[in-house]
Design a protein around this ligand. Structure first.
Ligand SMILES: *[C@@H]1O[C@H](CO)[C@@H](O)[C@H](O)[C@H]1NC(C)=O
Ligand SMILES: *[C@@H]1O[C@H](CO)[C@@H](O)[C@H](O)[C@H]1NC(C)=O
Ligand SMILES: *[C@@H]1O[C@H](CO)[C@@H](O)[C@H](O)[C@H]1NC(C)=O
Ligand SMILES: *[C@@H]1O[C@H](CO)[C@@H](O)[C@H](O)[C@H]1NC(C)=O
Ligand SMILES: *[C@@H]1O[C@H](CO)[C@@H](O)[C@H](O)[C@H]1NC(C)=O
Ligand SMILES: *[C@@H]1O[C@H](CO)[C@@H](O)[C@H](O)[C@H]1NC(C)=O
Ligand SMILES: *[C@@H]1O[C@H](CO)[C@@H](O)[C@H](O)[C@H]1NC(C)=O
Ligand SMILES: *[C@@H]1O[C@H](CO)[C@@H](O)[C@H](O)[C@H]1NC(C)=O
Length: 756
């Protein structure tokens, strides 16, 4: 080791004489040292030509080890590292120096010639090499004739940047995969790896300690089959190229000015991030795995020949033509045995079998499947499956355009998921003819649906709501820890508002001002005054208007359309002047300009603020934020929290109570007692009415933000009468929560400011 290091040093000193140092922020020449110490005579950090990226030494949060890494130079967040050179061998102190040898090696060593990292052996020794940090975040070493001899994009850590290729380079034999950090303070490669599984039909996988953890599935011409939601993100174009030279996957940004990246987190999740100037933070645009159905080989995984549906309970169901292998276990919700055919296909006679078309499916594991890319016609694919006695199923390999390619499964079908009617693919299952449901049976069941179920649909919706609450609770306690709906850990990690503004607003974090912990972390109460004067009518009105302006900005005036998704009292911070600031963009979604709503399987948010269409159908739109805003208005006026308040005589929540009073012409009874009678009745009534308009059951009935702001400001002569609010009857969907009590009416400011 030290012998090689000494050789590097010789090369370094020799080359120092050959190269004149020239000033270029993005370039490291053999005559320069990039040192960690201020007085080691080295040069400063590398900064890419466009100023987007920076390379230098850093210590991760909570560690004193020194690493060479690349981060964004152009934004306020410098903590996010997109690449780390010496994750395996940290430098324990500031003695590290990075240099490039004239023959094209990047070396990180200390003054005593211990080598911590090097870019390895270059097959052909380069002449006149330099290293340059490009504006796409790629650190490249080029020789004198401008040929790339090494690049960091070929050795990623936990981040794929736009333009970086993942997969297998058949020319060089090199495989590019992501390796997660051990944890946020330790870039040592951790347990999780994301890469291409080239067995059978190539698919993307995440492994945990070499064991498959979850499967993104094969590329289908548009997206990885197990992550169809990425096409709804509208930020990136994904691509996949298979030819004699390579087998690679990459993505490009639709708007080159947007900063976005994809990471593999230390718990094995893949997250698509976009930087939002408005929030001064990275916003997660998509995250996988997203539900119980995505995990391979976990206790919740459905066994072979069964279909997992994340929103239905029981989550696993046998495929058409199959029955549980072990009925007893199946009834106990132990799914691992899976299902078996009702009727065996033992004689392989083509006249006794047929195909059942399963729609909206995540295709089964393809690691033992085969693909014929040249097959264009699906009838040929069917014929191939019919002819092959061991064929279980077939599907189209490429769903884009007219479609081409034929995938054939000859082994057991595992890891299938059912998507809603937007996503997923068609899979043709080979079954004994007698197990294929006939058309007439289908139409009978359709009629049954119409005759029996439709009148019961209202009841069904309520059952779904109850089921969702139950499911959320179960999810929060499940070992898989899928989505932390109300988990503080998730939210506390996120950098939110401009730090200096918070310091200012909280009197430099004076601890006497700590009121409680909220979604943001700590929410600060401001000095002065008694509770009632703190929140007089004018203050409350100004807060409502301030939040409305903030939302107007997010929905309509910022560069992107932003849906906050988790608007609630604890996400509103008040500064010294009692000006509200919307905080915690950890769940926000960026919408494309032509998008009005998206459908998500991952319903996250805070109960009490979520609109019915979001809870039940996963539909996100500006109208779901407006519902939450309406809840906030009613909370601010009444001093009551929607979540914990109910009115025992009739089992209705705050929305129901406000609605009841409104209909009875007694809306002023809603107003917080501590306001006494010192408020302008007309203004208060107008605000209550607007609150009720915002929480109306049908999204289409709720006003948009521009109209809401106008109505609040009294600029709108006509304000329509509100219709029935969504989710106002508590009894029907929260009967299990015996701990819910009528909250006392004297905790006004706490209600507004405290965390959950
Ligand atoms: C820095 O750490 C190295 C061990 O890698 C050690 O040999 C060296 O003495 C340390 N230098 C200082 C100044 O502490
Ligand atoms: C080199 O090693 C010596 C002895 O171990 C130590 O005193 C010195 O600090 C080291 N120098 C650097 C730059 O690490
Ligand atoms: C570099 O080459 C040397 C000598 O051929 C060899 O011993 C060493 O393992 C190689 N290092 C790497 C990283 O390939
Ligand atoms: C694959 O490797 C070869 C040889 O190193 C290189 O020239 C080529 O650009 C690489 N291809 C891709 C797609 O990275
Ligand atoms: C890359 O993956 C391919 C296909 O699995 C394999 O044949 C090859 O050996 C791998 N290359 C390296 C360097 O691991
Ligand atoms: C990160 O991992 C390292 C090594 O396993 C461990 O020593 C350290 O305590 C961990 N840090 C955190 C913050 O989990
Ligand atoms: C499931 O996990 C077990 C043990 O962890 C392992 O032996 C088995 O190969 C895994 N199965 C799959 C399909 O990954
Ligand atoms: C999938 O089909 C589209 C449109 O027909 C075509 O452009 C694309 O190259 C195909 N992809 C693969 C991997 O065959």
């Amino acid at each position: 080791m030290s012998g090689r290091a000494a050789a590097y040093f010789l090369l370094y000193f020799a080359s120092a004489f050959l190269f004149l140092s020239y000033a270029d922020d993005s370039t490291l020449t053999p005559s320069q040292l990039l040192g960690d110490d201020d007085d080691d005579g080295g040069r400063g950090n590398l900064i890419s030509t466009g100023g987007r990226f920076e390379l230098g030494f850093f210590s991760p949060k909570g560690s004193s080890n020194r690493y060479i890494g690349i981060w964004y130079h152009s934004i306020s967040d410098k903590a996010t590292k997109v690449w780390v050179a010496n994750g395996v061998h940290p430098v324990p102190n500031r003695s590290g120096r990075l240099f490039v040898t004239a023959d094209g090696r990047l070396v990180l060593a200390d003054g005593n010639s211990t080598v911590f990292w090097s870019s390895g052996n270059v097959s052909t020794v380069a002449v006149g090499a330099i290293a340059r940090l490009q504006d796409d975040g790629n650190l490249v070493v080029k020789d004198g004739s401008d040929t790339v001899v090494w690049q960091s994009f070929d050795f990623p850590t936990d981040t794929i940047l736009p333009g970086m290729k993942m997969g297998w380079n058949r020319t060089s034999g090199h495989n590019i995969s992501l390796r997660a950090w051990t944890n946020e303070s330790d870039p040592t490669p951790g347990n999780f790896v994301m890469g291409m599984d080239l067995n059978g039909v190539p698919q993307e996988l995440v492994w945990n300690n070499m064991v498959p953890f979850w499967r993104l599935g094969p590329w289908n011409g548009q997206y990885m089959g197990g992550a169809p939601e990425v096409i709804a993100e509208n930020l990136m174009d994904y691509a996949f190229v298979v030819n004699s030279q390579m087998f690679v996957y990459w993505y490009a940004l639709r708007d080159p000015l947007v900063l976005a990246r994809i990471t593999l987190s230390s718990d094995g999740h893949i997250v698509v991030w976009a930087w939002l100037d408005e929030a001064q933070s990275w916003i997660s645009q998509a995250e996988f795995p997203r539900d119980v159905c995505d995990y391979l080989n976990s206790t919740s995984s459905c066994g072979p020949y069964s279909l997992c549906s994340p929103t239905v309970y029981p989550t696993c169901a046998c495929l058409e033509g199959f029955r549980p292998k072990n009925q007893k276990n199946w009834d106990l919700r132990v799914w691992s045995d899976g299902c078996v055919r009702k009727t065996e296909l033992n004689d392989c006679r083509t006249d006794t079998v047929g195909f059942f078309r399963l729609r909206n499916a995540k295709l089964p594991d393809t690691s033992r499947a085969t693909v014929d890319w040249s097959m264009i016609n699906m009838d040929d694919c069917k014929a191939l499956c019919l002819k092959d006695c061991s064929c279980m199923a077939y599907a189209r390999a490429n769903i884009s355009g007219s479609g081409s390619g034929c995938i054939i499964w000859t082994h057991e079908l595992i890891d299938m998921k059912f998507y809603n009617n937007v996503f997923g693919q068609e899979l043709y299952l080979k079954l004994a003819a007698r197990d294929i449901p006939s058309r007439s049976a289908y139409s009978r069941s359709r009629r049954l649906v119409l005759i029996v179920l439709v009148p019961l649909s209202a009841a069904f919706v309520l059952i779904c709501a109850g089921g969702f609450i139950w499911y959320t609770k179960r999810r929060n306690t499940s070992e898989d820890g899928l989505t932390i709906d109300e988990g503080k850990g998730l939210e506390l990690d996120l950098p939110l508002l401009d730090f200096s503004k918070i310091v200012d607003a909280t009197n430099n974090f004076s601890t006497s001002n700590i009121l409680g912990e909220g979604g943001f972390g700590l929410v600060y109460k401001l000095e002065n005054k008694t509770k009632s004067t703190l929140l007089d009518w004018q203050t409350r009105y100004d807060i409502i208007v301030g939040i409305a302006r903030g939302l107007l900005y997010l929905h309509h005036d910022s560069r992107f359309k932003i849906i906050h998704r988790d608007l609630k009292a604890s996400n509103i911070l008040l500064d010294k002047g009692m000006n509200p600031k919307i905080s915690d963009f950890g769940m926000a979604r960026i919408f494309g300009s032509d998008e009005t709503e998206v459908n998500t399987r991952r319903v996250v948010g805070t109960y009490g603020y979520m609109s019915p269409e979001y809870v039940i159908d996963g539909i996100i739109s500006v109208k779901s934020d407006i519902f939450s805003f309406g809840v906030l208005i009613l909370e601010i006026i009444s001093g009551q929290r929607s979540k914990t308040t109910y009115y025992s005589e009739s089992q209705i929540n705050l929305l129901g109570y406000a609605w009841k009073l409104w209909k009875a012409g007694e809306a002023l009874k809603l107003v917080d007692e501590t306001l006494g009678t010192s408020f302008p009745t007309d203004d208060v009534l107008r605000c209550i009415k607007i609150g009720l308009l915002c929480v109306q059951e049908r999204p289409g009935d709720r006003p948009t933000m521009p109209i809401t702001v106008k109505m609040l400001g009294g600029e709108s002569a006509f304000i329509p009468d509100p219709k029935q609010p969504g989710f106002f009857n508590l009894k029907n969907h929260i009967d299990s929560d015996s701990s819910t009590k009528r909250s006392s009416r004297n905790n006004v400011s706490i209600t507004l400011l405290e965390g959950r």
